[in-house]
Design a protein around this ligand. Sequence first.
Ligand code: FEO
Length: 397
Amino acid sequence: MQTSKPLTDKVTWVGKVDWDLVKFHGEEFSTLKGSSYNSYLIRDEKTALIDTVWLPYDKEFVSNLKQEIALSEIDYIVINHGEVDHSGALPELLREIPDTPIYCTKNGVRSLKGHYHEDWNFVPVQTGDTLELGETTLTFVEAPMLHWPDTMFTYMDSEKILFSNDAFGQHYATESLYNDRVDQCELYEEALKYYANILTPFSAMVKRKIREVLDLNLPLEMICTSHGVIWKNDPMQIVNQYLEWADNYQENQISIVYDTMWNGTRRMAEAIAAGIQKADSSVTVKLFNAGKEDKNDIVTALFKSKAVLMGSSTVNNRYLSAIGGLLEMVKGMKFKDKKAAAFGSYGWSGEAVKLLSEDLTQSGFTLVNDGLKTMWAPDEDALDACAAYGQRFVESL
Ligand code: FEO
């Protein structure tokens, strides 16, 4: 069965839609709407393949590719980024066409050699280097830290396509290919989740690189990403959205994230939320139990928030492990311009609030107070104190 899909006279999608994927990067990223590994075949006088697919689909990929083209007719392979979801089928492919040149950045050579330990025919390229295919010229633009040091974009002048690899992507399975043929809410949510969880730490570089590419004034018909939809209808919408997200994005939202042993900290969280909402009905307040909620959804909520309250019971003189795991992720996000405070109930020693406050500071949040502790299960007075704490918190922002 042929699975390839023509995009233009010269470009054919030859990737893999992975409806089955629920976790990515090990257990680090939930992909509840699946994903795709987009690979593109460009046919001109010469033929180039842009990226491949993830390793479990290598044989399927090569078999499908053979139905589209004799492999010996592929003159060049371009690998925009060496992570295995895009390079995973290279060993299988290169078993059949071993001498085919692989165009990638210098760091791309390092990552591909690091993954596969093969001395393939690498052609390192840098920004401004070109590859002539006939009527088409491919121009390479290094895009380090969008999101790996090896990442680059490839621009195809004849069809006005930017092959952006991970940038502008989403973990979103669709058979429909294009951005205007899918549920727009789902697309926005998945693009946002992708940015929040993968690109947030590199926002300064995202802004710089986008402005650099915009300054080139390249005509743009499509952005062909390596995951999810192809941006064909108003492709600049996602570029402009990235500029907004990369600019220390926040909405009028406060997220309360907690874990709880016997519901004391949960009841504190709910009372604090009520206090915030009573003091400022315009703010959106969201609560997340870190022990139950999807951690990537929590990171996305924190990305959207102007302030965060984090709570935990104290156990063994520490906070609970679900909060610990989440904080480890949050530290890596390098969020900026967000306020925070801690809270928690305890029975004996109550260290969690102090530890949470320290870790929130280390994670880049600005603490607005020393936190709120409640001994044992909160009674009515304690819940009133939580509501007052919520009110003071929102008023201090
Ligand atoms: Fe989709 Fe960084 O790999």
